[in-house]
Structure formats: C-alpha cells, structure tokens
Design a protein around this ligand. Sequence first.
Ligand code: FDA
Length: 501
Amino acid sequence: TSAPSSDTASFLRCLTVHLPPQVLYTSTSPSYTSVLESSIKNLLFVSPATPTPLAIITATNASHVQATVRCGALHGVRVRPRSGGHDYEGLSYRSLTTARPFAVVDLAALRTVRVDAGRRKAWVGSGATLGELYYAIANHSKRLGFPGGLGPTVGLGGHLSGGGFGLLLRKHGLAADHVVDAVMVDAKGRLLDRDAMGEDVFWAIRGGGGGSFGVVLYWKLRLVRVPATVTVFTVHRARNNQSATALLAKWQRVAPKLPRDVFLRVVLQSQDAQFQSLYLGKRTGLVSTMARRFPELGVRAQDCIQMTWIESVLYFAFYGTGEPMELLLDRGTKPERYFKAKSDYVSEPIPSHVWESVWSWLLVDGAGLLILDPYGGRMGRVAPSATPFPHRQELYNLQYYGFWFENGTEVSEKHMGWIRGLHLEMEPYVSKNPRGAYVNYRDLDLGVNGGDGVSGYEKARVWGEMYFKANFERLAAVKAMVGPHDFFRNEQSIPPLPSSR
Ligand code: FDA
C-alpha cells in the first residue's frame, strides 16, 4: 500500500496550474529561503545540510491546501503542514533524508481568531499563535481564557494536534480537550468538518500529533472562565542553603494534589529551583493555601502579585510585569538558539538521592534545564482514552531542555550528550512499560518510521506507545481508515494499522 513513486516535475507543474503564483515558492524563487525560515525556531535545522521542501505553499484559503494535497497525491509527493513551525525536531519543514521529496503547506496566513464571548467559543485558524488567541480573547472579555501553553509564538495547528498544556491544566485539562469542531483537508483533498470527518478522525486529531491525518485549517474552541483577579509568584530556592532538594521531595507529593485553582511548577537550572505559581483567585487565598499545604516553601504575601489573567500570560511568557499586551502578537521570526528536548512522566515521587545526582548534572559544562509541570486536578478526571493523549494519571511531566547559541559539532555534541545522558540515568525513576513521553515535545531519539505494513507498524509502536500508550493502536486504525496510502507521513507520523492485525 505504499504511495506511487514521486514525479516531482509533474507535481510542480500541477501546482503552477492550480495555484496563484504568489502563494507558490520553489527552490528557485528569490524568497524561498526567507519563507522557509520565517517560522523556524530551532537553529539546528537552519543549515545547508538539512533536506528542505521542494515547494512551500503559503496558503491563504482552503482551496490552496486542497489543490496542493491533490497534486501531491496524484504525483506521489507528500505534504507536511506547518502552522507555527515550533516542532522540536522541525518535522513541519524538514525531513531526515533527501530520498523522498516533500512540499510544505504553510498556514501562517490562516490566522483569523473570531471570538464569540457570549457563547464562550472561538473559531481560530491553525496559523494563529497562542499569543494571538490569548490577545483576542482578552480584547473581548477579561473573564474568559484558554488553557493552552506558555509560549506565545507557538502555532495552534501543531499545539492542538499534540494536546497542548499550560498553567490552566490542573483546572481545565489540555487545550485539545476544548476543541469542539474542526475543519480539515484530508488525503483526498476534501474539506471536512467534524460531522463529515466522523468521530474517530475527530478523536485522532485532538492529540494524536500533527501531520498524520490531514491538514487542519480551523478549530472551534470552547473558552473557559477565568476570575477577574489571579495571583502569581516566582520564588527561588538554592540547592545549598535553602534545601531545594527537600523542597523538591515535598513538591512532588503536594503539587499534583493541590486545589485545582493552584498551579505550582518548578524550573531547575544551575543550582537553583525556581517555583512558579498561578492561582485563580486573590493573594490571600494563595498565601493561605501555601501556608497550609506547603509551609516549607515559605511563600509570603509580598512574593505574590495580583493581576488579570492576560497579565499573567505576559508575566509567564516574558518574566516581568507591565509588559504591553501587544507583545503577544510578536511572532518572533528569527531563530535564536539550537535546542534539544526530551520528556518523561513521573508516576512515583523520585527519591532525594536522585535529585542530588540531578543537581550534579546541572553543574556540568553543557547543562540545560528541567521543567516540572504538575498534573492532577482536572487531568486525573479525564479517561486516558478520551483523547489520544494518555498521560492523565501522572504526578507530573518532566521536560529536559538543552540549548546553546554557538554553531559547531563539538558544542552540539556536548549539549546532546548532556540531555541524552541525564535522560538515560533517569530511566529507573520515571514511568515504565512503556516509558512515557509527550508528543508535543517531539524527540526522534525515541525512534522513527521505516518500512510499510506490519514491520512499519511494529517499529512505530516503540515510540508510538511512549507517546500514546494503548491509544496508539486506535490511532493506527483511524489512519488505516482515512489514509491507507499513508499520504500524510513523516518520521514520526502514525502508520496505518496493517489489516493482518
Ligand atoms: P509546527 O508547525 O512545527 O507543527 C508541529 C507538527 O504538527 C508538525 O508535525 C506539523 O506537520 C504538524 N502540523 C502543524 N500544523 C498542522 C495542521 N494545521 N494540521 C495538521 N498537522 C499540523 N507545548 C505545550 O504543550 N505547552 C507549552 O507551554 C509549550 N511551549 C513551547 C514553547 C516553545 C518556544 C516551543 C518551541 C514549543 C513549545 N511547546 C509547548 C511545544 C509545542 O506545543 C509543539 O512544538 C507544537 O507542536 C508546535 O505547534 P506549531 O504549529 O508551532 O508547530
């Protein structure tokens, strides 16, 4: 059932016939490179060695996407959707090999956000960023919000496709939990809404990872209520003189069980634990909850700042108060850093001696940082099969993040070595059988697609079950239903379930 071999010349001719010239960029177009790099976030993939697309289509309406998919299906050229370009492994715009040419349909221009505050709904284009969504919501109502991630430049297309979580997670769950309809172009080039795509596909696109089932153009979101006043704090506790290890040990037990109005995450860097909190209520409530549930952290009233929800979005995105709301509209076009991330889920508190070892890892040359995001609250009340995202019962998500600014093999090997080494060492202390990972923190070290049929499926199960556990098989069954030719395929896309299984 593999796709026909590609005929790139016919594909490009087909695009020329069916698309207006201003949305089509081929490698000979003068602006090809600037369009390609317009939303790349990871400098690792800005290099002449990176296999790049045959063509980039900067779609401004559905018919451009449909024409691209139809030309691709006809001439054997696969299409990768790109919304915000934040994929950690760059899968929306690069491939690992030159063997299979592909095209990118870039949705950055499909970024309208239409808020209906009365009905608490919004229709958003996949190319809109989280910042644009939050900005539009706040402009309509100070009492509504959306439970998405922290990075304002992240694209909604990829974010919702992979689940998406941020500081409202314990109160409201994932971003994808709040999708109530979607409009998608499938592998045949058809434009389908929720009714037309059916509940299986609608289930799959809300967390099964981007780039597998079709190109989602629009999403209808349910907005959530936020109070007029929220409270935030950031307190730093050092390893040596403020017993950060003991605080971490306690945090693991407390943070996933706090009232769901409190989100308390930790960022570990160097020898410092930074505790960051968002509370959906006033200062007094947060101070008293902390005093009751986590007195050792020593949070004082003067550490806590009251603000509106949208100000808290700015606070956590830019680490300051008083920033103008318009900063949320900055799509931040230039990639600034090289980075590599990995993730784990923690089901049992990690022993203190392991944290001591983690502190040592954070001291070495090439060390990055760790982010600990607590679950619990609303998350624990959603069935693991309700959406493809299965990690509902975990204590917390652990993200390892290595980053650097200089080019060069030696430098990148040093940082890659750090993150891979620490990830390996943590294996005994994190979720098992299989070890969990979050698909939106894409990591090709977990495995990549190869082959078709049963062997391809078996190979993909290795990383697929890390991201999706038992939901992986259902995702593969949906893929077999909508795309037996596996048209929407990348290094970690869902393969079709072989009929022999
Ligand atoms: P991109 O366009 O690169 O797409 C990602 C994947 O989805 C690709 O495989 C792509 O082909 C596919 N895809 C894109 N658009 C699609 C569409 N319309 N239809 C179908 N498939 C599509 N995550 C989180 O949960 N919480 C957070 O707080 C953050 N914060 C954060 C900050 C920063 C700086 C980065 C770089 C990343 C994050 N993330 C995150 C991770 C983020 O959620 C993840 O990388 C998303 O997939 C990015 O979506 P984009 O549309 O930007 O990526």
